[in-house]
Design a protein around this ligand. Structure first.
Ligand SMILES: *Cc1c(COP(=O)(O)O)cnc(C)c1O
Length: 368
């Protein structure tokens, strides 16, 4: 049997046909750039999140870039990012000329917290940029308190956690301005590139709405020297369809994660994902386990036809691209430990019980 890491199945049943019909209808509508489908999705997603405004943009990286530019982050500013995060977040900080400063994650949730951020705050720190990593919401109250005390801004990167809540409210609504991606494998995924900026601040929303479309204020009138980063109309049509089932998709991810957690508890030295309190939600974009025998386990599963991935094998501070920041091996022991021990198991809506049972069975066989 082979089990893919991630694939698109017709789940919930009928979704595939509805997506195909939405694509065809949008094509026939002949409104390819910023048409009514983009506006409709922006409004639907804003309503789903329960507050503020949504601006559709080209991808998640651009969404991050737009958030930082909108806040005026520039050379001389420092932005605190998780040391164990995804590279896009850090690239966006570099792109605006600011300095990315890494904070370790909490050793049990893998998310940055007020406690891990506080030691790296300096007089130049302007923004905290947490990622709700693997689909688990960060402990936002602590981060918001720190922002209030130290006069910092909060930008959430919620690319991995669409639909996750914190204390019952949707994440992506806590920061001054927030970024997400609709990369196809994300919990809310398009069939190509896409992203969005969310904010409750009408001025920031208006700025992003101009800046992402060449700075256009009225047709052929340019208030700002902006960029071109627009959500594609076809992608918006797909996203509106998928947004209707986002909660169903997340419930299925949670069900599969619960099954892994029940079946794998106490096996070998495996460490399972930990959700520390009822205030925190986890929508399992990824189901990440840790073991000292990570490479051997991955090879064993590969030989049995089971595809796994590592998120992420080399932390950003050890990447060639970030040597100029001056960090060294050993600077972030929790992050480096995660890179050496973590393994993401197959998990996707539509995964069959047979497939998951096979993965669990093969993991049990690996640990005597
Ligand atoms: C996927 C992802 C991004 C970037 O999204 P793109 O749409 O591929 O640019 C940014 N941050 C995080 C945490 C992500 O997972």
């Amino acid at each position: 049997m082979t089990v893919p890491f991630n694939t698109f199945r017709d789940f919930p049943a009928g979704l595939q046909q509805r997506v195909e019909e939405a694509l065809l209808a949008e094509y026939r509508r002949n409104r390819f750039i910023l048409g009514p489908s983009v506006t409709a999705f922006e409004q639907a997603f804003a309503q789903y999140l329960g507050a503020g405004e949504v601006i559709g943009v080209g991808n998640g990286y651009d969404a991050l870039l737009l958030c930082l530019r909108a806040l005026g982050v520039t050379a001389g500013d420092e932005v605190i990012v998780p040391a164990n995060g995804y590279i896009a977040t850090i690239n966006a900080v570099e792109q605006v000329g600011a300095k990315p400063v890494f904070a370790e994650p909490d050793a049990t949730t893998y998310n940055m917290t007020a406690a891990t951020v506080a030691p790296v705050i300096t007089s130049r720190t302007k923004v905290l940029l947490p990622i709700h990593l693997y689909g688990q919401s960060c402990e936002l109250e602590g981060l918001l308190q720190l922002c209030a005390q130290r006069k910092l801004l909060l930008v959430e990167d919620f690319a991995q956690a669409h639909g996750a809540t914190y204390k019952g409210n949707q994440i992506g609504t806590f920061g001054q301005i927030n970024a997400t991606s609709f990369y196809p494998t994300k919990n809310l995924g398009a069939v190509g590139d896409g992203g969005a900026v969310t904010t409750q601040d009408a001025d920031l929303a208006a700025w992003v709405r101009q800046y992402h479309n060449y700075g256009q204020s009225r047709r052929y009138e340019y208030a700002l020297a902006g960029i071109n980063s627009r959500l594609d109309s076809l992608q918006a049509a797909v996203l509106s369809e998928k947004l209707l089932v986002l909660d169903t998709l997340n419930q299925e991810r949670k069900r599969l994660a619960g099954e892994y957690t029940r079946q794998l508890a106490g096996i070998g030295d495996i460490v399972l994902p930990l959700v520390p309190s009822a205030e925190i939600d986890h929508v399992y974009h990824l189901y990440v386990v840790r073991t000292r025998q990570r490479d051997a386990l991955q090879n064993h599963l590969q030989a049995q036809g089971i595809h796994t991935l590592i998120h992420y094998p080399v932390p950003p501070h050890l990447q060639p691209a970030y040597q100029h920041l001056g960090y060294q091996k050993g600077d972030f022991p929790i992050t480096e430990g995660l890179a050496q021990t973590s393994l993401s198991l197959p998990l996707f809506p539509g995964m069959t019980d047979e497939e998951q049972g096979y993965v669990i069975d093969q993991i049990k066989r690996f640990f005597p």
